[in-house]
Design a binder for this molecule. Structure first.
Ligand code: GAL
Length: 826
C-alpha cells in the first residue's frame, strides 16, 4: 500500500506535526490567553491529549454518559518559533478535533471559537505571528456543560494538530474535489475541481498542472490549465482527465491513485498538493440495494464510537488499524461513524484497508435528546450546523471509502413539526457541497411507533435509514416489508440494529435458570439479531445493516458499569463469541467456534448447551472422544432469494427453527470438547477447547515486536493466564503488575470488564476472564523496550519490543524528520 512519487519535486508546502511540547492546566484560569502568562508550573505534555481518561472514575449525577470520568475546563499553551522567511508565507494552524467549545489565541489575538468537539478546523496565523521570533498559542477547552453527549467524548485537544505553511498563492484548504463521473471497464474520466487562493497583493496568472499517479507513483495522465486568480480571492479550475484501464477501488482491492496538483506562477513553483482518491461507482438502488462498481454488495456493517477504551479519545492510528483488521477478518466491510466525524487518519485507514463508510455528522439537531436535555448540539445548531456540514464534507469528500452521508441519528426532529424543514436545509448543503453522494438519516420512528416520523421527512431522504427494525420481533414480517410494498421506489438501509454483544467470557445467559436471568436477556436477544440478519441477507432491496456496535465503548451505561457492552469486540479489542457468529455469516474461509468454555467445575454430568458458529456445511461434536452427533444447516446459506421460510428441513431432524448456529445439549464432562467441521463431505477444520488446571503462569504476546521510533507507534500486548500446560484459564482474574524499561511507555491498561474502576493508566491491572491488555507506545529514542509482568503465585513473563529508527509507511502519518526537529527545539 505504498504511494510514492515518480519524480521528487521540492514541495513549497510544509505541513509539520504540531503535537509536541505543550503546557496544560486543568481548570479555569484568568488571562491564560495572554502571551506573558506565567505557565511555568503547568504540566508538560504532548498531544493528542484526553484529560478525561486520566480519571478517576466517580459516580455523579449525569456522569454515566461520560463513563463517570471527569470533564470540566482545561487550558493548553505552546511556545514556538517561526523563521523570518515565513513572513512571505501563509501559516495555518490545524486542529483535527478539540472536545469541546474551544477558543484559540495567538500572541494574545483571539482567533475564534469552535463549539462542536468532533469537527476539524483551522486558523490563519499569518497576520499575528512574530517572524524570526517567539510565539505563543493558547487554547481554552470547555467541556464543563454536562451532559452534552450521549457517550464518552473525552476532553481536550484529543486529535492531532498541524502547522501548514504555504506560499501566498496556494491550493485552498480542503481545496481539491476529485470525482469520477464516467467509469467503464475500459476507461474512466477523472474530474478535478481545484480551488486556488491568492493572498498576494496583485492578480496571479497561474499554470495548474494536474497529474494522476498510480499506486507505484507513475504518472498516468497529465492536464494543464491556465487561470488568473484575483488578489485576495479564490478561484476554481475544473479539469477532466481520461485514463484507460482504470484500476477500480473496492474492499477486496483498495487501489488508490493520487491526484497531484502543481501550481506555478511564471517559472516559480507555488504549491504542490496531493489528494489520494479511488475510482469506483457506488450506487444505491431501490431493488438491488447497494452496488459497488456495478456489482451488488451487501453491507456487513458495524456502528462504532470514536474512542478506544484505555486510551480514551486520543487514539493512536495503530490502535484503529488493529481494530479494523480484526473487523475485516470477521467479514465486516462497512463502518458507520456513529454519530460524529472521526479522526482524519481513521478515514485514511478505511480507504487503504477497504471499508465502505457511512459518514455521519450529528446525533442531535434542533431538538434536545432526553440524555442531553440542556447542553447537546442543539445549542449550536442554528449558528454552526451549516459551517460544520461544509467542513465535514470538504474534509471527507475525496475518500473513496465514503459511500453515503448521514446527516443524523435518531434525531428528535424526526417527529417535530419543523423537522422536514431542518432536514431539507441539511440535505441541500450536502448536495451542494457534494453532488455525487446520497444522504440518509438513522430513523427510529418509522413503523409501529405511536409517534411516527412524517412522510414528508422520509420523502426528503435519498436513502431511508432504519434503526432497530429487529425490535418488531413479534411481527417480523414488518421488517421493511410493509414499506417496501407501500413505497417501491424507496432505497432501504439498516442504519442501526442490535447485535449479540454481551460480556466477553461470561456465559450466564446460556444458563438462564441457574443465574435467574429471564429468557429475554438470554439467547433470544441473539435470535432477534439473527432473524433480522437473515432477512437482510435474502432481500436484495435492503442495502445492508449496521449492528450496534462493532466494539464496546465507554459511557452510555449505568453505574457501576462505565461502558456499554453492545460490541462484538470488547474495549481491548478481544473477540467475544458473537464475533465468530458474524464471521460464520460473513466469511467463507472455513471456521468453527465453540462455546461456552470447558471449565465448569462442579457441573460433572449436568446436561448443558454447547453452541457452535460455523460456515461449514455440518459439524460433528465430541466430548472426550465420544461423538455427540452431527448438526448441519438445512437451507442454502448464500445468494438465496425469496422466501426462505418455504425451505423446509430436508429430513425429519428435530430442528424447528432456522437458526444460523448449531446447538447440542451434552452431559458436561471435564476434558476436551472438539468440533470437526465438514464441507462437501470433507473434514476441513477442527476446534478444541479443554478444561484447564489452576492459573500458573503469565504469558505475553505482542501484535508487533518492532515499533517505529518517534512515530507514535504502539504495540498491543495481550496478557493471558495459563495453567501448567499453558492452556488459557478462562476464568482467571489475577492482578498483574507491569514494569517497563527502555524507550517506551504504557499508555493504557484494560481488561474489557465493564464494571472495573481500575485506572486505565498506572502499572497494575486485573485480568478478566483470563486476559488483559497493555498498550505500549514508543518514545523517541531507538532501543529495546522490555515489558515485564508479574503476579503473586504465577510464573512471571517478559517481552522485548525493538524501537527502531525506521519510519515506515504504516505509521507515515507522522514524519520522523518533523518530530526529531521539534524534539531538538524543545
Ligand atoms: C440507539 C442509538 C445509539 C445507542 C443505542 C444504545 O437507539 O442510536 O446511539 O444509544 O441506541 O442501545
Amino acid at each position: 500500500m505504498k504511494i510514492t512519487s515518480s519524480k521528487t519535486v521540492k514541495n513549497p508546502r510544509v505541513r509539520e506535526c504540531f503535537d509536541l511540547g505543550w503546557k496544560f492546566f486543568k481548570g479555569e484560569v484568568a488571562g491564560g490567553e495572554l502571551p506573558d502568562f506565567a505557565d511555568a508550573n503547568w504540566r508538560d505534555l504532548d498531544l493528542p491529549h484526553d484529560w478525561s481518561i486520566e480519571g478517576p472514575f466517580r459516580q455523579a449525577p449525569g456522569s454515566a454518559t461520560s463513563a463517570h470520568l471527569p470533564t470540566g475546563i482545561g487550558w493548553y499553551r505552546k511556545y514556538f518559533r517561526v523563521p523570518k522567511s515565513y513572513a512571505l508565507k501563509t501559516v495555518v494552524i490545524e486542529f483535527d478535533g478539540v472536545y469541546q467549545n474551544s477558543e484559540v489565541w495567538i500572541n494574545g489575538h483571539y482567533l475564534g471559537k469552535r463549539p462542536y468537539g468532533y469537527i476539524g478546523f483551522h486558523y490563519n496565523l499569518s497576520p499575528y505571528l512574530n517572524f524570526g521570533g517567539g510565539n505563543v498559542i493558547a487554547v481554552k477547552v470547555d467541556n464543563s456543560l454536562q451532559p452534552n453527549c450521549r457517550w464518552y467524548s473525552g476532553s481536550g485537544i484529543y486529535r492531532h494538530t498541524w502547522l501548514l505553511v504555504t506560499n501566498r498563492v496556494h491550493v485552498s484548504y480542503w481545496g481539491t474535489f476529485v470525482t469520477t463521473p464516467e467509469i467503464s471497464g475500459k476507461s474512466a474520466v477523472v474530474r478535478s475541481v481545484t480551488e486556488i487562493r491568492n493572498d498576494t497583493k496583485s492578480n496571479a496568472y497561474c499554470v495548474l498542472t494536474t497529474m494522476l499517479l498510480d499506486m507505484d507513483g507513475k504518472i498516468v495522465q497529465t492536464s494543464k490549465q491556465i487561470g488568473e486568480i484575483t488578489t485576495g480571492q479564490e478561484q476554481e479550475l475544473v479539469q477532466e482527465i481520461k485514463i484507460n484501464s482504470p484500476h477500480l477501488w473496492s474492499p477486496e482491492d483498495p487501489y488508490l491513485y493520487v491526484l497531484r496538483t502543481e501550481v506555478k506562477r511564471g517559472p516559480g513553483l507555488m504549491d504542490v498538493h496531493e489528494t489520494p482518491f479511488g475510482i469506483r461507482t457506488a450506487v444505491f438502488d431501490a431493488d438491488k440495494g447497494f452496488l459497488l462498481n456495478g456489482k451488488q454488495v451487501k453491507l456487513h456493517g458495524v456502528c462504532l464510537h470514536h474512542e478506544a477504551g484505555a486510551v480514551g479519545a486520543a487514539v493512536p492510528e495503530r490502535v484503529w488499524e488493529r481494530r479494523l483488521q480484526l473487523l475485516k477478518e470477521m467479514g465486516c466491510n462497512s463502518i458507520r461513524t456513529s454519530h460524529n466525524p472521526y479522526a482524519p487518519e481513521f478515514m485514511d485507514l478505511c480507504d487503504k484497508m477497504g471499508f465502505l463508510v457511512m459518514d455521519e455528522i450529528f446525533d442531535e439537531w434542533k431538538e434536545a435528546k432526553p440524555q442531553t436535555p440542556d447542553f447537546g448540539y442543539r445549542l449550536y445548531f442554528d449558528e454552526w450546523a451549516e459551517k460544520d456540514v461544509i467542513d465535514f464534507v470538504h474534509r471527507d469528500r475525496n475518500h473513496p471509502s465514503v459511500i453515503l452521508w448521514s446527516a443524523g441519528n435518531e434525531v428528535v426532529d424526526q417527529v417535530a413539526p419543523a423537522g422536514p424543514q431542518t432536514l431539507k436545509k441539511l440535505i441541500d448543503i450536502f448536495h451542494r457541497e457534494d453532488p455525487t453522494r446520497l444522504v440518509t438519516v438513522g430513523c427510529d420512528r418509522i413503523v409501529g411507533e405511536p409517534e411516527a416520523v412524517s412522510q414528508e421527512f422520509l420523502d426528503l431522504l435519498d436513502v431511508v435509514g432504519y434503526n432497530y427494525v429487529d425490535r418488531w420481533r413479534e411481527r417480523w414480517e414488518l421488517y421493511y416489508s410493509i414499506d417496501r410494498h407501500a413505497y417501491p421506489q424507496r432505497k432501504f438501509i439498516g442504519t442501526e440494529n442490535g447485535s449479540m454483544g454481551g460480556i466477553r467470557g461470561d456465559y450466564s445467559w446460556l444458563f438462564p435458570t441457574a443465574t435467574g436471568l429471564t429468557s429475554r436477556n438470554s439467547h433470544d436477544k441473539w435470535t432477534d439479531f439473527q432473524q433480522m440478519w437473515k432477512f437482510v441477507r435474502v432481500n436484495d432491496y435492503v442495502a445492508g445493516d449496521y449492528m450496534w456496535t462493532g466494539i464496546d465503548y465507554l459511557g452510555e451505561c449505568r453505574w457501576p458499569a462505565k461502558g456499554n457492552t453492545a460490541g462484538i469486540l470488547d474495549t481491548c479489542g478481544f473477540k467475544k463469541d458473537s464475533y465468530y457468529f458474524c464471521q460464520s455469516q460473513w466469511t467463507d474461509k472455513p471456521m468453527v467456534h465453540l462455546l461456552p468454555h470447558w471449565n465448569w467445575q462442579g457441573k460433572e454430568g449436568e446436561v448443558i448447551p454447547v453452541l457452535c458458529y460455523t460456515n461449514c456445511d455440518c459439524v460433528e461434536l465430541f466430548v472426550n472422544g465420544r461423538s455427540m452427533g452431527v448438526q448441519g444447516y438445512w437451507f442454502p446459506r448464500y445468494g438465496m432469494q425469496g422466501h426462505y421460510e418455504n425451505h423446509l428441513p430436508r429430513n425429519n431432524a428435530p430442528r424447528t427453527t432456522l437458526d444460523l448456529f448449531l446447538r447440542w445439549t451434552v452431559p458436561y464432562q471435564s476434558g476436551v470438547l472438539k468440533a470437526v467441521g465438514y464441507k462437501d463431505g470433507k473434514a476441513i477444520v477442527i476446534e478444541e477447547i479443554a478444561t484447564t488446571g489452576e492459573p500458573a503462569a503469565i504469558s505475553l504476546t505482542a501484535d508487533r515486536v518492532e515499533l517505529t521510533a518517534g512515530c507514535l507507534d504502539v504495540a498491543h500486548v495481550t496478557v493471558t493466564i495459563g495453567d501448567e500446560q499453558g492452556k488459557v484459564v478462562p476464568v482467571a482474574d489475577n492482578e498483574i503488575t507491569f514494569e517497563i524499561q527502555g524507550p517506551g511507555k504504557i499508555i493504557g491498561l484494560d481488561n474489557g470488564n465493564p464494571v472495573s474502576h481500575e485506572d486505565f493508566n498506572g502499572n497494575r491491572r486485573k485480568t478478566f476472564n483470563g486476559m488483559c491488555l497493555a498498550v505500549i507506545q514508543s518514545t523517541f529514542e531507538a532501543g529495546k523496550i522490555t515489558l515485564a509482568a508479574s503476579s503473586p503465585g504465577l510464573k512471571s513473563s517478559s517481552l522485548t519490543i525493538i524501537n527502531s529508527n525506521r519510519c515506515n509507511q504504516a505509521t507515515a502519518l507522522y514524519s520522523c524528520v518533523n518530530y526529531t526537529k521539534q524534539l531538538k527545539r524543545k
